[in-house]
Design a protein around this ligand. Sequence first.
Ligand SMILES: [Zn+2]
Length: 92
Amino acid sequence: MKDEARWWEMRPAQSSRAKTYTCLICHRRLLAMNPNTLLFPEGDREHRRHAHTECVAKQRKAGKLLTKREWERAHRPRRADRRSWWRRLFRA
Ligand SMILES: [Zn+2]
């Protein structure tokens, strides 16, 4: 399992086939016929995992399972900051 993924792509999923998966988060059984959430670690389609939508919601509330946008916002300097640095240097 890719625990070290910095961000996740998420989308709702539901299958018409009676398959079962193991929830990525609580490790309990998940029926594919029930609405659930598909998770792609850093957008990686080959390592996609299923999780209960409630489990994902709980993790998100706890500040985990960031989307790419949320991760980028948290780890990249904001545009305004970069501009002010540039302005300070060149007195623009
Ligand atoms: Zn679960």
